[in-house]
Design a protein around this ligand. Structure first.
Ligand code: C5P
Length: 227
């Protein structure tokens, strides 16, 4: 069977990773959450106090990029690969609003992008991969056989994200989540290096009114037409 690359891009909190994970499982493919990699670098910057309330020492972070090793390890119980920073599982730490707040500025840095894109391209060299992010179909794998661009209204996305964070025990307001989602969309879409744009050959899916199963079935159908 023909192994392909499936690139799933789109705005923050569109539920890309939920569907991407299930699609990968269905096809017996590897799933890579590239947002987790940018979040890991951001977590490193926060831990080392390169970023704070009103400062971002970009040079210090760039200088230490060589000390950052990001790996994924499959967790049987969770059913997906969790992210590790220098050998430490940081899956829970990177999902906080604190990391979400600083990740988009970190992701504007070309030095950071270059390092992560190189690793992402290596992960996909044997194909058979579902990767989600912002620049997968445009920069990481411009030749991906199947490209999806996910959208939904900002309110729909913030509501979903808010619910998810509450369920995980975070204490925050819906307004904070909406603000984070719209700010990240703006930074991600207007940055100079690899902005979030729909690849010309991507299939756009607005999932505001679609269930996860409906989205998954659409993607399986599209993938099977190529495989
Ligand atoms: O997908 P997730 O929301 O976890 O991504 C967090 C942030 O990482 C995004 O808002 C974006 O700034 C950055 N990102 C990126 N390129 C990717 C994946 C994520 O710039 N391929």
């Amino acid at each position: 069977m023909n192994k392909i690359i499936i690139a799933i891009d789109g705005f923050s909190s569109t539920g890309k990773s939920t569907v991407a994970k299930q699609l990968a499982k269905e096809l017996n493919y590897i799933y890579v959450d590239t947002g987790a990699m940018y979040r890991a670098v951001t977590y490193f910057a926060l831990e080392n106090e390169f970023i704070g309330e009103d400062f971002f020492n970009e040079a210090a972070l760039i200088d230490r990029l060589g000390d950052i090793s990001i790996t994924f390890k499959f967790n049987e119980a969770a059913g997906f690969a969790e992210v590790y920073l220098n050998g430490k599982n940081i899956e829970a730490e990177i999902r906080t609003l604190r990391v979400s707040k600083y990740v988009s500025p970190v992701a504007t840095l070309s030095e950071v992008r270059r390092k992560l894109v190189e690793q992402q391209q290596l992960m996909g060299k044997d194909r058979g991969i579902v990767m989600d992010g912002r620049d997968i179909g445009t920069v990481v794998f411009p030749n991906a056989e199947l490209k999806i661009f996910m959208t939904a209204s900002a309110e729909t996305r913030a509501k979903r994200r808010y619910k998810e964070l509450l369920e995980r025990g975070h204490n925050l307001s819906y307004e904070d989540v909406l603000e984070n989602v719209t700010t990240r969309d703006h930074i991600d879409s207007t940055r100079e290096d690899s902005p979030l744009v729909k690849a010309e050959d991507a299939i756009e899916i607005d999932n505001s009114d679609l269930t996860i199963d409906e989205q998954l079935n659409t993607l399986i159908e599209k993938a099977n037409q190529i495989i």
